[in-house]
Design a binder for this molecule. Sequence first.
Ligand code: ATP
Ligand code: MG
Length: 659
Amino acid sequence: MTVADQEEIKTHQVPERLLSSSLPTPHVVSLDAYRKLWKESVEDPDKFFGDRAREMLTWSKPFQTVRHGSLEEGDVAWFLEGELNACYNAVDRHALKTPNKVAIIHEGDEPDQVRKITYGELLREVSKVANVLKNLGVRKGDNIVVYMPMIPETLVALLACARVGAVHSVVFAGFSAESLRDRVVDSSARIILTSDEGRRGGKNIATKRIVDDALRDHQTHVEHVVVYQRTGTPVPWVQDRDVWWHEETAKVRSFCPPEPMNAEDPLFLLYTSGSTGTPKGIQHSTGGYMLGAMLTLKYVFDYHENDVYACMADVGWITGHTYLTYGPLLNGATTVVFESTPTYPNPSRFWDLIQKHKITQFYTAPTAIRALRRLGDQWLEGYDLSSLRVIGSVGEPINPEAWDWYNEKVGKNQCAVVDTYWQTETGSIIVSPLPGATPTKPGSATLPFFGIKPIILDPTSGKELNQVDETGVLAIAQPWPSMARTVYNNHHRFLETYLKPYPGYYFTGDGASLDKDGYIWIRGRVDDVINVSGHRLSTAEIESALVHHEAVAEAAVIGGHDDLTGQCIHAFVSLKPHVDTADGLDKELTLQVRKIIGPFASPKRIYVVQDHPKTRSGKIMRRILRKIVNGEQDQLGDISTLADPSVVAVLIEKVHGPQ
Ligand code: ATP
Ligand code: MG
């Protein structure tokens, strides 16, 4: 039994507007056309991806072998023998053809701070920084840590690394000195790129000071810190180690030849969000990753030449790599870099941004959608959002309530809503609707992208589950170009985490089911699945039932120990601002869950909370709630990726009373 059966989740057809002649014709215009392409892509990946890699990317040396290796062996490789440069593909080829096209629109922290950078300018900036890196002794294969705010220079930094063949490792610039140090040490980086300060929501952030703290009194390999001047506030200086970006770039030529890289050379390292435990340093390849980024941006966002594309993710997360930087730039698009927050100076900021820049594709996360929905519809009033064609969501399951709000209030029922499922490890989107082709169902990420063969396995036996709506673990049955190649310096962990649990498959760690139309419903993390009296319940399902209630803004459920039933459900809900009393809410919410899912899913306890424990990328860390409920609050594990560690004490008090 699922929410889908019980509630007759509505299927939304592709909005007619998207197929009308006044808008660019979508790349894929029917479900049949999608199915045909998908079939080709999984049955003959050599042809499908080989053709596209030749067509869409510029190689300095052609590849001979499209696919090599297997999931069993963990030696997957794509486009062997081929050589290319990611920066050349993302910048030079567009700068040569359309030097005056805007590559980056920077919307600064204050709404009136807008900066536009053309492909021609971008090529010169990137080349200068690449030359600076070379002068500092950077060689092909070196790791470079980037700890920078949401400014165009951060994209310049990534591209400059790629240009000289260095491997960038971006650390989200909201992480503490300790978290930064761990990542610097792990990657043995000799260079860090940073800024004097960052700006966010009207506040200055002491970026450089955090770098200093991370390096103080610790043995690292860091020889130089390159500092971009963002605010001009004086910052402490370490002689011989620190250099100014503007001083060094003034000394060098604005041309630097791109380094030819093997398709399998690493392009970057990136740590996962840390929702489930210690973050993993995921390593991506050059050729396969680029093809994945380029193809998914084109098809999932239905990108066309004159679009203005905006992804709200921070460059510190995989979404900021694939859909803010590489995907758009490889396609020659105009990409928006947003420095501020959704609520600064007020909760109309996103809508103002869309109206101002006539944005055609907008991509954000459920946490932002839920937060804005919670603040009320008045913030959208009067904004012209008619430039939008595609609105996307990523990061967590989006509950149907939030999906509907996004579709109606932001998309005005006239846009494709793409709930995109993927991971740091998958490199690019692996499950999503295609705007002109796929009818959508709120809460389902729908159908696999090209080359992705999803399969639902029984978690214990590892056998394929064929029953409609039966929840199992989501696995992928064959390699795809942009999949991660390893965990940095720890291939053993890579194999153990992703390839060994179900031999022959890539294991996602997420629970999922297929409905009668073959649509994929992501049910949340496998580790979070709750087992009550033999019923396997997914967190996403119960949370959706709770958020269905008028008063609830956000919900998180976890399993507590129960002598009788094995596990029992504890729910943590936050309320919308206009709700002034939680009286009687317990009963109403319990009834709601019973009605939508069934009596066995009734929560044993419901706690009304102000905040959930969230990662810095905005995802709920259910593990923390589970430990608190089960009296293991002294063994919370790695909480360094928590956005606000002070919520932990509040939650402990909520559950166990004053300590
Ligand atoms: P860690 O692996 O360190 O615990 P993380 O899994 O949060 O952190 P990411 O790679 O940023 O790190 O996130 C990928 C995960 O996010 C997916 O495995 C899935 O659980 C969740 N996710 C992403 N997009 C969606 C989506 N559209 N629907 C449901 N879940 C999603
Ligand atoms: Mg993960």
